[in-house]
Design a protein around this ligand. Structure first.
Ligand SMILES: [Zn+2]
Length: 183
């Protein structure tokens, strides 16, 4: 008898469900195979442990209560997934704002357009000017990369805004759990 064959029969052996012939063959294998003896001891340990656990009596009215609970649970509407995907007015507004900011951001890198805007002076203009200067000082490859990263971020934000509350919180939780820091 091979070890794999013996391992398959150990549970039946413990349960007393092996034929006399098979019991003899298994015992003969166990007598000369230490690893299968260890396997058997572990299995016996598990069985003892399970038997020592108190059986919990189920309440007499358990099935009745389950049926009541099921009856009270509101039926899932087939349209609920679509409803979940439909953005609320606030989410649409935020998505539109983000898109506007993204478009303005790319427009404002054009110095000719910038000069036309009534934004002379003020801290906002100073910030815009330095951002514009930074963007202009980059070479084409870096600029493309920056645009790509910003576009991706905006895309992610818009997607998150549009998918609805439940999917968004699931996404955020998934990202949070994968962060290597903070927890
Ligand atoms: Zn063996």
């Amino acid at each position: 008898m091979r070890c794999s064959e013996a391992a398959d029969q150990l549970q039946l052996y413990l349960d007393g469900r092996l034929s006399v012939e098979r019991t003899r063959a298994l015992e003969a294998h166990l007598a000369r195979c230490a690893s299968c003896r260890i396997e058997l001891e572990l299995l016996e340990e598990v069985v003892r442990h399970l038997e020592s656990l108190q059986m919990v009596a189920e309440p007499a009215d358990l099935s009745l209560r389950i049926m009541e609970r099921v009856a009270r649970t509101p039926q899932q509407q087939p349209s609920s997934i679509l409803a979940q995907l439909r953005p609320s007015p606030g989410e649409l507004l935020a998505a539109a704002l983000l898109a506007t900011i993204a478009s303005l951001g790319s427009l404002l890198t054009q110095p000719a357009l910038l000069r036309l805007l009534p934004l002379e002076g003020g801290p906002l203009m100073g910030l815009l000017a330095s951002v514009t200067h930074l963007l202009q000082s980059m070479d084409a490859t870096t600029l493309t990369l920056v645009c790509w990263v910003m576009g991706t971020l905006v895309g992610i934000c818009i997607t998150l805004l549009v998918v609805g509350e439940e999917l968004r919180s699931r996404w955020l939780r998934a990202v949070w759990e994968r962060l290597p820091v903070l927890h």
